[in-house]
Ligand binder design. Sequence first.
Ligand code: CTP
Ligand code: CA
Ligand code: CA
Length: 695
Amino acid sequence: MSWSPETQSFLKHSPPPAASPPARGSSQSPAPKSQFTHRHLLQLAAFYASCPLRVVAHMDIDCFYAQAEMIKRGITPEKPFAVQQWQGLIAVNYAARAFGISRHTTATEAKKLCPALQCQHVATWKEGDDKWAYHDDAAANMATHKVSLDPYRKESRSLVALVKENLPPHLQRVEKASIDEVFLDLSAHVHAVLMQRFPELSGPPPSDDPDERLPMPSVLGLHWQDDLLVGIDDGETTAELEDPDWDDVAMNIGSEIMRGLRTEVRRRLGYTSSAGVASNKMLSKLGSAHKKPNSQTIIRRRAAQNFLSGFKLTKIRNLGGKLGEQVCMAFMTDMVVELLKVPIEQCRHRFGDDTGTWIYNVIRGVDHNEVNPRTQINSILSAKSFRPAINTTDQAIKWLRIFVADVHSRLVEEGILENRRRPRTISLQHRHGSQARSRQSAIPQGGPLDHETLLDLATNLLGQLSLEGGVWPCSNLSLTVSGFEEGVRNNTAIDSFFPKGGHVLPMAPPVALLKPGTSRAAEEDSTGPAPKRPRRPDGIERFFPPKGVQKTKGGQSMLGRPSGKQPGQQQRGLSDAYVRDEYMSDEPASRAPANHQQTPVAPGYTCDQCDAGFETGTELQCHQDWHFAKELQDQEGRVRPRVARNAAPTTHAPDNTSNSQHGAGASSSSSSSRRPGRPKKTEPGQGRLNFEPFE
Ligand code: CTP
Ligand code: CA
Ligand code: CA
């Protein structure tokens, strides 16, 4: 839906709703009025994040991986069931949770707690195989197997597709939040239903004043079915509400939409889910986790503060990390109910105007984060942690082959064969002791992106890392392709390598693996038969960067070609730096001890916004603080988080400078210990999330 500039300006200048509606039937006000206005209704239709009638929902599948395996195997919900990864459990169904089994229980302990428990190991790629499969002996063979989450990704795609299919196309905003979660901004949909059910709302304001209050809703009570309705004061209720205003009616319609959607998910895909319906993302996410499984929780605007009061601050979205900790330390409490007593001036004084105000508001249930309608993944990562560590190039290349097969099969699902979507960047992350390093390069935009091309690029990156030394023993390798481009036509991509004069420009890294004088572009010219690919050099020489290919800091490409936008390439927005996929760590999610032959394995923590992998939850949280700071920065537009300049959250953290640094044809490197222009540590007393205005 697009709005004219006049309408947009009209929508923006909205006074907040009155604190409370005039009493119904009071002598001063014979015709009772709502606290909401006609302008608020228009804001609702236009998805305004600050609209007080806004309805946002969050849906999360119950014990997702467990249900996925149970549905596939026809196992009924009352049978205790868990999904195993090595010796740990990564998903536990609700029947098994009743025995005290959780993600932190090992498979052996779980069997003791519930001998009837059925465990299914996740699918794995076995060394040497070119397809994942369910292997009975996977748990004991961590050194030669790598987890595949493909079955769950496939289910995740079906889930998102079904959600989108079941909402009116022009009134939906769906954000895939993780492998089993979506946020939905239901505002415009709810608006349409309101107009249908309450025709009195559809006309213009009687006095042509958009700020004129609406009449009170012509309903006496609202029915919430089996939903859990969070109360205004202590206690929860499913009872109907008397004297509802339009925000309650809107929420009630939202809950009806969600109930229908969840029923459809159950009917068509077999999954039970839980949902939270509220006025923003933060509250709806807390709501979906509030009562599981198979229920939904409604947090009306008037109940928000009461709902939040019972939480610890660190449970609130974006406050689970360093910032949350700092707030708790500053005000000597971690309970929201106590923090509500802190005046806004004190919040601002301690955390700066923007962050302080945000903290003050968020604990009162105010959150204006947009539901971002992107549902497509923007990166694919394949990773493996080695216990024991690996020590040779041959071993590493064996794993690179598996990563490439894994990544390629997922690229096929993304439409690489039809050139529907194509990644622009490939990177290899490497861990040696406590040192993490990464290398990345552009993916040549012409010709097929097949196994061999990917393997060439990956081995080249490994070679670049090897040149610096300090590679072995290696405890973790991961390969990522990112920066997807939509609808790249074969010709467009190839055309970009033909300058006007008709000369063929050589292409990026794999050219190094060709014999001198062989042009890769010529080899892959789609107009003629491809000549036989020359044999790759064996041994260490294949790891040297191709002649003429240098590491760059942007501007000039590896091959001397300007790294600016190529014809036919889309302009990439900042959001490109936000790559998103699902949990893909190869590590057990629980703190389960590893199998007999190996040392205990640290849990894998994967950022659900960008796939960066971390060894500890704290590292992950620091990194998520960074995303959060970035989100705030994007929203504010006029401030920037100091943290983005002063702290490197990860070796391959998304970075708003990455687009310029990693332009077409560029290759770049990064290391946790080296970030040009960034002091290593924050200054004493400096919070990670202090903001300063642009100079
Ligand atoms: N997951 C994982 N590693 C984590 C967290 C989650 O592998 N650190 C996987 C789980 O196996 C899970 C899926 O991601 O099935 C979704 O996670 P989540 O929604 O947190 O848990 P569920 O298992 O779905 O359980 P719940 O019913 O509590 O949502
Ligand atoms: Ca879930
Ligand atoms: Ca989830």
